[in-house]
Design a protein around this ligand. Structure first.
Ligand code: S3P
Length: 178
């Protein structure tokens, strides 16, 4: 299996990108970059604070900067934020930058996994299910067009999802554009 390219995880909030990405990085012996944490470290502020002060546009600008710098780094496992695929330029960077795995989760699963976490400004709404459904309708085609392969995370422990990603990588299930 070639480990000379980034392994990039995309997918909606609560799909398990950070948890699975960390496990995968240990198993593949690659560095792990969590873009959201990187954005926070560079800004010296939390994501809710960035959304508050700079709005979503400011956050997206920081997200692109963090993505460019992560892709410039040595081959790593990179966990992106759920909205990283929104900009066409980001999607091009992702596709060219490595093997892209889409982690999918049902809205029900997303609700369970994100329930206790207060760090997601887009989910600060009365009807979180409605927000997640709207985001899924807008974003699912973008996830699909960016991904090399998909792993269903519903009801599965993170270790099994990491194992399934490794299986796909071993099958050579990656694009040849990068
Ligand atoms: C966002 C997802 C979050 C984070 C920010 C915006 C989104 O990342 O980047 O709150 O637009 O879906 P996770 O997918 O890791 O929760």
């Amino acid at each position: 299996m070639s480990l000379d390219r980034h392994i990039i995880l995309i997918g909606p909030m609560g799909a398990g990108k950070s948890t699975i990405g960390r496990l995968l990085s240990h198993q593949l012996n690659l560095p792990f970059i969590d873009l959201d944490r990187d954005i926070e470290a560079r800004a010296g502020a939390s994501i809710p604070w960035i959304f508050d002060i700079e709005g979503e546009d400011g956050f997206r600008e920081r997200e692109t900067q963090a993505l460019v710098s992560a892709l410039d780094d040595q081959p790593s496992v990179i966990a992106t934020g759920g909205g990283c695929i929104l900009r066409e330029s980001n999607r091009n960077l992702l596709r060219a930058g490595g093997v892209v795995a889409l982690l999918v989760a049902s809205v029900q699963q997303q609700l369970t996994r994100t329930a206790k976490d207060k760090g997601r400004p887009l989910l600060e709404a009365d009807d979180v299910e409605k927000v997640l459904l709207k985001l899924a309708a807008e974003r699912n085609p973008l996830y699909q067009e960016t991904a090399d392969f998909t792993v269903d995370t519903n009801g599965k422990p993170p270790k099994l999802c990491a194992f399934e990603i490794i299986e796909q990588l071993e099958k050579g299930n990656e694009n040849t554009n990068g």
